[in-house]
Design a protein around this ligand. Structure first.
Ligand code: SAM
Length: 275
């Protein structure tokens, strides 16, 4: 047995923060469900004390329950071949795995072998950012993708004509998978490991993409704003529609103006510009 698999039942308000905290102690492969979310922790790095400390902090505010199972390392390729359908974002892009046939009628095709990383285009956050990217001129633009997951948004930026893409993620599964996806899509970039503070990218960037979660976005917003070139675009997602006001107000305090927005399945995506 290689992993502990957890299935959480938890109210919507606490999902994001719990996921953020659990990811900090090595939990991985979060998948939202109707009742809450599922995730894994590698057996050799599972820290029961840290896990219980997090649960104790939230259990008095939120009714959280979970089940726990030991599970074998999964052959993710086989799992995805069984479960992963391609997805179309309008006629802009057809996102598929390498085992799907290409489909004509789209401006672009992205090949993603997602394994355990987030970013197939199926989730409303990724879907909306891809769509919003399609409305922004990427020709010869310098693009930063924060929390890249599979690398899907960075790949889209490259296809739309970006002159350079810089991408990183705190999760080493994503970095391995993202680099594999960059090769599949012939993106001349290497995904880095770490947060924006670890990677310390050298701006300015014409376009910054960050589909992460509310807490991380609020914490890192000042850095995004500093790295954004004048008249550049900041595309944000990973938060619910009821969090739009908090995100918008944090951006406006930094001189960023809301210029476009989208909502799908209670998830929001916002586009800001720096005047
Ligand atoms: C919602 S997924 C988005 C993936 C992809 N960009 C997309 O749009 O589908 C968020 C990603 O951010 C990563 N992440 C979480 N906190 C981060 C941080 N502080 N810095 C960089 N990446 C982070 C997670 O590992 C995860 O892969």
């Amino acid at each position: 047995m290689d992993y502990r698999e957890f299935k959480f039942t938890c109210s919507e308000d606490f999902r994001e923060i719990l996921i953020a905290e659990l990811s900090e102690i090595g939990f991985d492969a979060f998948l939202e469900t109707d009742e809450g979310f599922e995730c894994y922790s590698p057996l050799d790095s599972f820290d029961r004390e840290a896990f219980e400390e997090i649960l104790n902090r939230y259990q008095s505010h939120a009714s959280i329950s979970f089940s726990e199972n030991l599970t074998k390392k999964v052959n993710w390729n086989e799992e995805w071949e069984k479960n992963y359908d391609p997805i179309a974002v309008g006629d802009l892009v057809f996102v598929r795995a390498s085992f799907h046939e290409p489909r004509p009628g789209f401006k672009y095709q992205i090949v993603i072998n997602p394994k355990m990383s987030f970013g197939t285009g199926h989730h409303a956050t990724t879907f909306q950012i891809l769509k919003l990217q399609g409305k922004i001129d990427h020709q010869s633009k310098r693009v930063l993708d924060v929390g890249s997951g599979t690398g899907i948004l960075a790949i889209m930026a490259h296809l739309l004509g970006a002159s350079s893409v810089e991408a990183f993620d705190i999760d080493d599964w994503c970095v391995d998978n993202g680099n594999e996806n960059f090769q599949l899509n012939e993106v001349p970039a290497t995904m880095g490991l770490g947060s924006i503070r670890d990677v310390n990218p050298k701006g300015p960037f014409d376009i910054i993409l960050a589909n992460i979660n509310k807490n991380v976005l609020l914490d890192e917003m000042e850095i995004y704003s500093r790295l954004l070139a004048p008249h550049g675009y900041l595309l944000l997602s990973g938060f619910y529609t009821h969090d739009i006001a908090d995100i918008q107000s944090a951006c406006e305090k930094l001189g960023l103006e809301l210029v476009n927005q989208s909502e799908k399945d209670n998830w929001a995506a916002l586009v800001f510009t720096k005047s």
